[in-house]
Design a binder for this molecule. Sequence first.
Ligand SMILES: *[C@@H]1O[C@H](CO)[C@@H](O)[C@H](O)[C@H]1NC(C)=O
Ligand SMILES: *[C@@H]1O[C@H](CO)[C@@H](O)[C@H](O)[C@H]1NC(C)=O
Ligand SMILES: *[C@@H]1O[C@H](CO)[C@@H](O)[C@H](O)[C@H]1NC(C)=O
Ligand SMILES: [Zn+2]
Length: 464
Amino acid sequence: MLPLSLLLVTPFSPSILSGNSCFTDSFLGNYGDGDATMSVLSVTSQDCMDLWSSDLDAGHYYAPTHEPGRQLIWLEKASVDERLGSSDLEAFFGSLSTSEYGQEEGQEVMQEPESASAYGLHYYTENAALVSIDAEKAQVIDTLLPPFWKSRLLPASPVAYIPVPENAAAAVRSVLENLKFDPVVASLVGNISVSQIQKDIRFLTGEDESSGIISRHSFSSGALTAANWLKEQVEGTGATCRLSPFITGFAPNVICRYESIKETTGTVLISGHYDSRGSFGSTRAPGGDDDGSGTVGVLSIARTIGRKGIKFHSNVEIAFFAGEEQGLLGSRAYARELRAADANLTLMIQADMTAYRAPGEPLQLGLPDRIGTPEASQLVANISAIYSPELHVGITPACCSDHQSFHEQGFAATQVFERAGPIADPMYHNSGDLSDREGYDFDQLFAIAKVQFASVLHTAGFEL
Ligand SMILES: *[C@@H]1O[C@H](CO)[C@@H](O)[C@H](O)[C@H]1NC(C)=O
Ligand SMILES: *[C@@H]1O[C@H](CO)[C@@H](O)[C@H](O)[C@H]1NC(C)=O
Ligand SMILES: *[C@@H]1O[C@H](CO)[C@@H](O)[C@H](O)[C@H]1NC(C)=O
Ligand SMILES: [Zn+2]
């Protein structure tokens, strides 16, 4: 007899997770494997097991789950441009444990290693792996990974997968259908201050030493400094802000809100993640591009809202998430909180990495090719053509920032990114990710912030 409670890794297919499927309540998340999106499912019934054996392709992988003190982690290679080179997990696995388990790539793993210091390898391809490791080590795993590899902590128990409903997509389409150039919007987005952005980013990276920030890693004191500072800056623009802790030990999310002047539950959310990552073995994590750029872009929008005294016809929220680098943890908590409250979030736009421009390339705006709400991305693309025509708009395989958390809770969501292609920033997840360096382009950061701001103004509606 097959053991129950197995992990199934299978290509994402909305139909597997929909309605009456036996997998509906077994979803542990969608994760990247090269160009593919894989779902991890925790299968607990014999019926599901039979369905899996008979209906789904062979060659998926499974292993026992639910071990005390262990944490499941998805590791994936970020989509990076060839010129940055590549890295694999060999040394990483070596650092976790000296013992070898003789597992070959692509091999099914039925047995867990017994030792608590060891790791379990459940799925392993060139671009991804599913491992279980000691829970404490899991929290700092991003500091152990080789360049270009990202980690995502799996939830302890299955979560709901909620597709974006047709009426939510239709609401975004209707904003797009009514979209036309508005000179007031153009003048407001043009009022974003680039010189202030240049100051703000230096505070967050610690290039301005008076901030005292060495790192904004989610467990660092610099992250707390940044969170308090962001809260104070946005409160100064007329918003109400709170620090919202989500997991003990992690720096909190910063959630700010401008109340609508009309009676409505409708809410538009823009965000970035303020936590950062550095090079292996270094505590320095300035995160100038990732994601200082998205963070100061969103902050520049808040400053302009305050300076111009903008009043909105929908509620507008500004969020700075933490725990992004450990697997979208802060945004996952907030998206679930909004879903549980049945929030009327009509559009969410995450800015993650907007400043880097490779030599010789034009200013660009990349929109997600797989995870995100197509209607939201189309709206952003058309708004870009109107208010930031200097940007070349295209799609990017660089995947997935905090918008994924909202998209998978049934909210229309997308991301703005710096390139219509894979990541090209040589300082990605590197202790050299400063703002004062070649390729860090404030014109592009500004152009993308204008697009994010214009999207809020057109979607929420406003007056002065
Ligand atoms: C969005 O932009 C595209 C490309 O310019 C255009 O073809 C399309 O008509 C626009 N959509 C709307 C609803 O304006
Ligand atoms: C923004 O508008 C204010 C007036 O409301 C003006 O004083 C300021 O110079 C403008 N800033 C930019 C960067 O355009
Ligand atoms: C949600 O907000 C939108 C925009 O303000 C509004 O048109 C819609 O009626 C609201 N939906 C609900 C269920 O209140
Ligand atoms: Zn990021």
